[in-house]
Design a protein around this ligand. Structure first.
Ligand code: SAH
Length: 203
């Protein structure tokens, strides 16, 4: 998976490649899907949700430029796979999920797999995680029409935020926001397809 899907498409950051070699993706899907877990596409995780394609997980992890010890907020815990990859890169991960069943199942999975560096919360993630702010990095793994304002407010300085943004459902672009010395810059990256960010500041 790493060689054919990720390195072959130009991801070079060794921290990302190493993390993606370590995290057992098949443990983040139902047992019946374990054999196809490493295929070059998203995987269903129930409740109409999906884990992103391996390349997209790698690409977003690369754009975040994680260093060990950074405090990272993830919106959209889902299966916990992206959170586990960030934890394997040395991040302290705070992840928020709005679907109760996914929250409980994934919290247990992450404990079973010994990802103790990941803290989970059941809430509307478009509000961020105020008590734990500021964050060095923020990653949103569901797509909405705009960047939720509370997330911008919870960025540290310097900080980075990556989010799929689109004015229409299922048509999004990855947007990278950098904050430095109080100033924000916004860069549009590749087109992507994510499930909807549902909440007060989403759809
Ligand atoms: N990062 C996940 C993929 C998640 S799919 C993984 O690695 O498996 C997107 C997730 O975002 C879904 O689980 C969905 O329920 C969740 N979601 C959507 N809107 C949300 C919101 N406002 N707050 C928190 N989670 C949200």
């Amino acid at each position: 998976m790493v060689r054919e899907q990720i390195e072959a498409r130009g991801i070079r950051a060794t921290a990302v490649l190493d993390a993606m070699r370590t995290v057992p993706r098949h443990k983040f899907v139902e047992e019946a899907l374990a054999l196809q877990a490493y295929d070059d596409r998203p995987q269903p995780i129930g409740y109409g949700q999906t884990i992103s394609q391996p390349y997209i997980v790698a690409r977003m992890s690369e754009l975040l430029e994680i260093s060990p010890g950074m405090k990272v907020l993830e919106i959209g815990t889902g299966s916990g796979y992206q959170a586990a990859v960030l934890a394997a890169m040395g991040a302290e991960v705070y992840t928020v999920e709005r679907v109760r069943e996914l929250y409980f199942a994934t919290r247990e999975r992450l404990m079973d797999l010994r990802y103790f560096r990941v803290k989970c919360k059941l809430d509307d993630g478009t509000l961020g995680w105020q008590e734990e702010a500021p964050f060095d990095r923020i990653i949103v793994t569901a797509g909405g029409p705009e960047v939720p304002l509370p997330l911008l407010e919870q960025m540290g300085d310097p900080a980075r935020l990556i989010i799929p943004v689109g004015s229409q459902r299922k048509m999004q672009q990855l947007v990278l926001i950098k904050k430095q010395d109080g100033r924000f810059t916004r860069t549009r990256m590749e087109e992507v397809v994510f499930v909807d960010l549902v909440g007060q500041h989403g759809w």
